[in-house]
Design a protein around this ligand. Structure first.
Ligand code: AMP
Ligand code: MN
Ligand code: MN
Ligand code: MN
Length: 277
């Protein structure tokens, strides 16, 4: 079996390595097929492709789109997309604009909690000023000593109920899947184990997602234990979805799973490799 990793981040979104550095790290870890899936932005793909060519990796164009479904944030990964497709380009651009507005509100919330300078501070951690996210705020707050690591900042400041949390409306599920499909890509639900959905809501999501044209479910990813992976393997089978796998790697210091260092897919679900062009 080839070594496949279909979910990871560069500093075009909230990863810390440049796209080129990320591809070199993946190559060093033995990856054969890699999808770079930055949040809501495809700008890293050109540099990643250059690095992939010289290191012999097969690079797939990817993206991870932020979605609001029934009041919750979900992430939909697109693989083998065309980053120049106008529908996708416009959709992602509108999400990025919303991020800039949200960032101002996050900074206001933090300022009310006595933390000043966080907007400038977060932007200083964002290599791509068009794509600002909570992780950039988290890195700034760690630097300032408000928590010992990024997870600690999320817990104390950036999740629902905390001073830096801002409810936000991302893309609709059908829109995101539509952009991915129109650009020739495969839509996959990212890290389903993180959403804490009831069985009923999960079934509704999977049906709706399939109906919209989604074809895959991430089964193996850093935030899934083996038990959780087995459960989503079974659900993928039941809903006739391909099983995807990706490390969701962001940083050598912050991530639990390195790029290309994934456990295998459980047996019994259809590997997404079969759906790749
Ligand atoms: P955003 O899209 O700006 O809301 O940021 C979402 C990103 O924050 C995710 O992709 C993760 O990289 C990171 N993140 C979310 N929750 C946590 C958490 N509890 N601990 C650490 N990082 C998190
Ligand atoms: Mn992220
Ligand atoms: Mn995600
Ligand atoms: Mn991700």
């Amino acid at each position: 079996m080839p070594n496949i990793d279909l979910h990871c981040h560069s500093n075009i979104s909230d990863g810390v390595l440049s796209p080129g550095e990320l591809v070199l790290r993946a190559a060093g870890n033995g990856v054969d097929i890699l999808a770079l899936t930055d949040h809501d932005d495809c700008d890293g793909l050109t540099e990643a492709r250059r690095a992939a060519r010289s290191s012999g990796i097969r690079l797939l164009n990817g993206v991870e789109i932020s979605v609001t479904w029934r009041g919750r944030t979900l992430h939909i990964v697109g693989i083998e997309i065309d980053p120049e497709n106008p529908d996708l380009v416009q959709g992602l651009e509108s999400i990025r604009k919303g991020r800039a507005e949200r960032a101002r509100l996050i900074a206001e919330g933090l300022s009310r909690a006595g933390i000043s300078g966080s907007l400038e501070g977060a932007y200083a951690f964002a290599a791509n000023k068009n794509l600002i996210g909570r992780t950039h705020f988290a890195r700034y707050l760690v630097e300032k000593g408000y928590a010992k690591d990024v997870q600690g900042v999320f817990r104390k400041y950036l999740v629902s109920g905390k001073p830096g949390y801002v409810a936000h409306q991302w893309a609709e599920l059908g829109e995101a899947v539509g952009w991915i499909r129109k650009s020739g890509g495969l839509a996959v639900i990212a890290h389903p184990g993180r959403y804490e959905l009831s069985a009923g809501a999960l079934n509704a999501l999977l049906s709706e997602f399939r109906e919209a044209g989604g074809i895959g479910l991430e089964v193996v990813t850093a935030s899934h234990t083996l038990d959780v992976a087995m459960r989503f393997c079974e659900l993928a089978r039941r809903f006739d979805l391909f099983a995807s796998l990706g490390s969701d790697f962001h940083s050598p210091q912050e991530s639990r799973m390195d790029v290309g260092k994934l456990p295998p897919l459980p047996s019994g679900c259809r590997p997404i490799l079969e759906a790749l062009h």
